[in-house]
Design a protein around this ligand. Structure first.
Ligand code: AMP
Ligand code: MG
Length: 511
């Protein structure tokens, strides 16, 4: 191995045609072929003593790697101690509205995109190291991540993927052997994140802020090429790009709402053009249902509360639309009218997904009467502070074993007369559905998860990891949240909401 000018070891070119490890995988990087104003070329800063906590073997396989062994050079790459082959490593520039306030330049302050791979399905995926050291965009930060937030992102993103919600993925976690200063000294770690791309609304906003129309056009063309090739064939590809992102975002946010997920920091820099959930900071799944629930310690006005998310989605899309105006039509008024027309479809798109999904959660087809029944249930749940996940999951038991429904939902709903009326109406409806009842109830269990990454359990996993370097609770929790719909008596405790003393009321950005 030779050392290049960055001090990073360069791996000798492998000529073997055997199984591909990270070490001999040839990474491409199309984004780095954009002009230099789009990024800083930079290598991760090496760390002293990397140790692998976890490799996501099924994702590795999906990316065309052989996951059976992790060689030393694979670990070196995951830690940022070695460069992958043939790829320019970069930190991407972006801007953003953080809690509504404009920040003209943010960028990857603690992440490096090490390259792109074409996965088994032919899709191009970014591989990024998060926590890989300072970049031009680090501002006052140290460029590092601590092990707690890394474990949190791994658990929640993999849980989301198993819930079939578009998301960035987690390929690996390594500890760095270095302590980093947060509220206390904490072990440093690096997450290997995989994404359809890391292009954000904020990426477009950076060039909008710079008044660089040519760069916006380049970026829009790149995004169309990579994510929405059909838009390229449209008479106005940029209106079509906007329409596609509006649709993906509406669908994404409705899918969050249907599992009680609160992103917590929906700034425009954390809003993906590919429509994936990205940047797991102070996010959380709700336990008891409260529509105005906020977890993030810094979200003091509830800007990103559970029930604000759909509206914030539109706000972010409006910022995106603004940046695209110059590409849509040279006449600003015409461009604005065209963009507005697309934005106006947002609520209809959101409601279609949300309402259909809500009816499906109670086993019914989407119509006005069924939807109103679903909303009534949400009202009861919020009045009684019933557990969001367990209420939906156990609905079939209202018909098969009502006592079990009551036990599983802590008697929160089942004992009230109002709910008995609801339940009788629902039972009548569900038996009217075209499908046999067994099948309907079985289908509900394929939509309503048993296991979600609950906050108090994530915290427990992190405590074991930090205090005892014990990763067994992590493995257990991963087996639950990556199979969220299957019954698993051994892991039953992981489906339980927190006891009052376990409840976590606030989450932190944890940077
Ligand atoms: P986030 O809240 O994770 O979305 O980050 C917002 C911005 O702060 C992004 O530009 C990050 O790259 C940057 N940032 C967050 N934490 C750090 C850190 N520890 N060091 C450097 N930059 C950071
Ligand atoms: Mg971010």
């Amino acid at each position: 191995m030779e050392t290049n000018y960055t001090g990073i070891k360069t791996l000798e070119t492998s000529t073997d045609s055997g199984p591909k490890h990270l070490g001999n995988l040839r990474l491409d990087n199309t984004y780095s072929r954009l002009p230099e104003i789009f990024f800083q070329e930079i290598a991760p800063k090496p760390v002293s003593d990397p140790k692998l906590i976890k490799l996501n073997r099924s994702l590795a396989k999906e990316l065309g790697m052989d996951p059976s062994t992790v060689e030393a050079r694979d670990l070196d790459i995951l830690a940022g101690n070695a460069a992958p082959q043939e790829s320019k490593q970069i930190a991407m520039v972006y801007a953003g509205h953080q809690f509504g306030n404009w920040v003209p330049r943010l960028g990857d302050g603690r992440a490096v995109l090490i390259g792109e791979v074409i996965d088994e399905s032919g899709a191009r995926r970014d591989i990024q190291l998060k926590g890989s050291g300072p970049t031009l965009f680090s501002r006052m930060g140290d460029g590092r991540a601590s092990v707690g937030p890394v474990i949190r992102e791994y658990l929640v993103s993999e849980g989301m993927a198993a819930l079939r919600i578009p998301t960035t993925r987690s390929l690996a976690m390594v500890t760095t052997g270095e302590l980093i200063a947060r509220e206390r000294m904490e072990p440093g770690a690096i997450l290997t994140r995989v994404a359809s791309s890391h292009i954000r609304v904020g990426t477009f906003q950076y060039f909008y802020g710079q008044k660089d129309d040519a760069a916006i056009r380049l970026l829009a063309d790149y995004a169309i090429n990579r994510h929405y090739p059909n838009a390229g064939e449209n008479s106005n590809p940029y209106v079509e790009l906007l329409r596609s992102v509006v649709e993906r975002t509406a669908e994404l946010i409705s899918s969050w709402m249907l599992v009680g997920f609160i992103h917590g920091v929906m700034n425009t820099d954390n809003s993906s053009i590919a429509g994936e959930t990205i940047d797991y900071g102070p996010c959380a799944f709700m336990d008891d249902f409260d529509p105005s629930k906020v977890f993030s310690s810094i979200d003091t006005v509830g800007r990103y509360a559970y029930n604000q998310q759909p509206a914030i989605g539109l706000w972010n899309l409006s910022r995106f639309a603004e940046t695209l105006l110059c590409t849509i039509d040279p006449d600003k008024e015409k461009a604005t009218a065209k963009a507005r027309k697309v934005l106006e479809t947002y609520w209809q798109r959101f409601e279609k997904h949300f309402h259909t999904g809500l009816c499906q959660k109670i086993g019914l087809e989407h119509n006005e009467a069924n939807l109103s029944l679903a909303f009534q249930l949400l009202d009861f749940m919020s009045e009684t502070k019933a557990d969001f996940t367990n209420t939906f999951r156990n609905l079939p038991k209202l018909i098969t074993t009502p006592e079990a429904f009551n036990a599983e939902t802590d008697n929160k709903l089942g004992l009230s007369d109002k709910f008995s009326d609801w339940s009788a109406k629902w039972e009548a409806k569900i038996t009217e559905e075209a499908k046999p009842l067994d099948e309907t109830l079985g289908d509900m269990n394929k939509i309503n998860p048993l296991f979600i990454p609950r906050n108090h359990q994530i915290q427990r996993v992190i405590d074991f990891a930090i205090e005892a370097e014990d990763y067994e609770p992590l493995e257990q929790m991963l087996s639950a949240v990556t199979n969220p719909f299957g019954e698993n008596p051994r892991l039953k405790h992981l489906s339980e909401p927190p006891k009052p003393e376990e409840e976590i009321k606030q989450t932190f950005c944890g940077t």
